[in-house]
Design a protein around this ligand. Structure first.
Ligand SMILES: Nc1ncnc2c1ncn2[C@@H]1O[C@H](COP(=O)(O)OP(=O)(O)O)[C@@H](O)[C@H]1O
Ligand SMILES: [Mg+2]
Length: 220
């Protein structure tokens, strides 16, 4: 599913953020990525969603060759990806349901199917009562729950999340972990999450990667 062979990541071709990284992630694995601030966790995710072209090595996601670059490659990749950022990145001018429906529009889903999907997701994120609200009217935790629903809306094969619960209240963080766990267990979605704190008693199998001084390795 995701195969990285000797990948080196750099913004300017001089300073290498990650050097000769190797990993293999299979369908339905749950991966935590940790490492100190500035170690390259977000940079690694950027390479996985095609925002940062790898400097050298080979990177395959769902048989898409990301070593090559190219727009058609990226469009194909993004159809199968859901991304969650620490700062939510919701569209402020859209209601929460319009935000969630956006990836469905891009993927060409039927309006009625989309509507059903949004209602189902709002229930899962426990925000059905906030339909019609704009992001600014919600708390940070509620906004992030909307961002998670948006990431899941188009049934992606992979979810990438960059410190998704970083600044959140405990309740919202719990809702988000539960959603990511069920996406993984029930829907078979591969989940890769950057986080400082792996929840205790997480309850499902996971692997842990660590980045330290440019080296990415599997921690036990
Ligand atoms: N857009 C960028 N251009 C140049 N350097 C960057 C850019 N983004 C991050 N960096 C540098 O790359 C290194 C890793 O950053 P990052 O991946 O954001 O770390 P982390 O997410 O682990 O805190 C840092 O030294 C950071 O300054
Ligand atoms: Mg980061």
């Amino acid at each position: 599913m995701i195969l990285a062979t000797n990948i080196t990541l750099s913004y300017d071709k001089k300073k290498k953020i990650i050097e000769n990284g190797n990993f293999h992630i299979k369908q339905q694995e749950f991966i935590f990525v940790s490492g100190s601030s500035g170690s390259g966790k977000s940079t690694l995710l950027k390479s996985l969603y095609g925002k940062l072209k790898i400097m050298s090595g080979q990177l395959f996601i769902n048989k898409i060759n990301l070593s090559k670059g190219g727009q058609s490659n990226l469009l194909e990749l993004r159809k199968n990806l859901g991304i969650i950022f620490q700062d939510y990145k919701l569209i402020q001018e859209y209601t929460i349901e319009e935000n969630i429906i956006l990836p469905l529009k891009i993927k060409g889903y039927d309006d009625i199917v989309s509507q059903k999907q949004v209602e189902k997701l709002l229930k899962h994120i426990k925000l059905s009562h906030r339909i019609g609200s704009y992001p600014a009217e919600l708390s940070g935790g509620e906004q992030q729950r909307v961002a998670v629903a948006r990431a899941l809306a188009h049934n992606p094969k992979i979810i990438l999340a960059d410190e998704p619960t970083g600044n959140l209240d405990e309740y919202s963080a719990g809702v988000i972990w539960d959603l990511l766990k069920s996406a993984n267990e029930l829907l078979g979605i591969t989940v890769i999450v950057v986080t400082h704190q792996i929840p205790v008693n997480f309850g499902i199998r996971y692997r842990r990667f660590n980045i330290d001084d440019g080296v990415i390795y599997e921690a036990s």
